[in-house]
Ligand binder design. Structure first.
Ligand code: GTP
Ligand code: ZN
Length: 343
């Protein structure tokens, strides 16, 4: 797609300062088994990964800016935000699925399953990525009392805009577009079936939702490349990558604390800094629960997510220990092989 200026893709002076000499910048629109589709000032091109960029945590993800030398991506520029998915297994590394997202649209529907608890969870994930979240509630055309649900969700999403929309009638889409300024990057998270693809298509004004066409013709599998970074008519960019649909909570409690800013503020007023909010004297959280100023379900949800973030932390620690053991083993092997050359 020629005719796109770098700032239209989200290029900034900070990023320019980090670009190695002699390289051109490109924004990753898709990653296919170690091959990139990147958007540059000159249009779209494919790029291979230089050695050292094959790591899941530090190698390029959709939304990343890479430094290009011809057809080779030689570096990933510093990220302003990152969404990670922790792969299964105690020692497997976190994989970055999207990077440099400014706004996370936490998408849920105005009809169906009770939604507040899962929205809380996605908000914690969003905050811990480094991006700013907004809640988008879809299917407004099917909901008999939109303001009531919006108000209810708003109570448990302190400091976050809550926007009702209908991808069918177009109602509310303008308010969502207003969150996506030219050059700004948004991404969607939310459970299956709430209308993320419909919202992406409505925002783009055409069908852009991810399609994966895999055929097997006896010579191996071929995946047709569909971009996962879309330019919207208003100048914003939308990342719609399948990986965003399987996000886990990251290994830090900050995201949880931001999603539960009201509860965290209460907890700051407890008498003891290490208060476990159970039976401690002077516990401000227990007092708020007793006085009916804190919803017990929200309290339970906060505890659960904190515990989950903590478990992730332990897992990351276990991984770090395993990596250190592997490093030492390799070092010892090398020492045995070449006793005089190491160190
Ligand atoms: N009435 C109404 N239906 C909607 C709206 N948005 C989505 N739908 C319908 O809800 C269903 C699910 O929508 P999708 O856009 O596929 O949902 P999704 O979140 O992308 O689902 P996954 O791809 O499974 O993650 C489809 O039948 C849509 O037509 C809306 O605003 N109003
Ligand atoms: Zn307490």
């Amino acid at each position: 797609m020629p005719g796109v200026e770098l700032p239209d893709l989200g290029w900034t002076a900070d990023r320019a300062a980090a670009l190695p000499a002699g390289c051109e910048p490109g924004r990753v629109a898709r990653v296919d088994r170690g091959r990139l589709t990147v958007r540059t000032a000159a249009g779209e091109q494919r790029a291979a990964l230089a050695a050292g960029l094959h790591d899941a945590a530090t190698g390029p993800a959709v939304g990343d800016w890479v430094a290009l030398r011809g057809e080779l991506a030689v570096a990933v520029l510093p990220r302003t935000s990152a969404f990670t998915r922790t792969a299964a297994g105690r020692t497997s590394a976190a994989q970055v699925v999207a990077a440099n997202v400014d706004t996370v649209l936490v998408v849920d529907a105005l009809i169906g399953e009770a939604r507040v608890r899962r929205i809380e969870r996605y908000l914690a994930v969003a905050w811990s990525s480094g991006a700013a979240p907004a809640v988008v509630l879809t299917k407004a055309d099917l909901c008999p009392d939109v303001p009531a649900v919006v108000a209810q969700v708003g109570e448990d999403a302190p400091g976050v805009p809550v926007l009702p929309v209908s991808s069918v009638t177009g109602a509310g889409l303008e308010a969502v577009r207003a969150l996506l300024p030219p050059g700004g990057t948004a991404a969607m998270v939310g459970p299956s079936g709430v209308g993320k693809s419909s919202l992406a298509n409505a925002l783009a004004g055409r069908a852009v939702a991810v399609t994966r066409d895999i055929r097997d013709d006896g010579r191996g599998r071929h995946t047709t490349t569909a971009r996962e970074l879309h330019l919207l008519p208003g100048g914003g960019l939308l990342i719609d990558t399948p990986g965003m649909r399987e996000l886990g909570l990251r290994d830090d409690a900050d995201g949880v604390d931001r999603a539960f800013a009201d509860v965290a503020e209460l907890a700051a007023g407890c008498r003891y800094r290490d208060c476990a909010h159970r039976t401690e004297p002077g516990c401000a959280v227990a007092a708020a629960l007793e006085a009916g100023r804190l919803d017990p379900a929200r309290y339970t949800s906060w505890r659960k997510l904190q515990a989950e973030a903590h478990r992730q932390e332990l897992r990351v620690d276990a991984r770090a220990r395993a990596q250190e053991r592997a490093r030492l083993r390799a070092l010892h092997r090398a020492q045995r092989a070449q006793p005089n050359r190491v160190r």
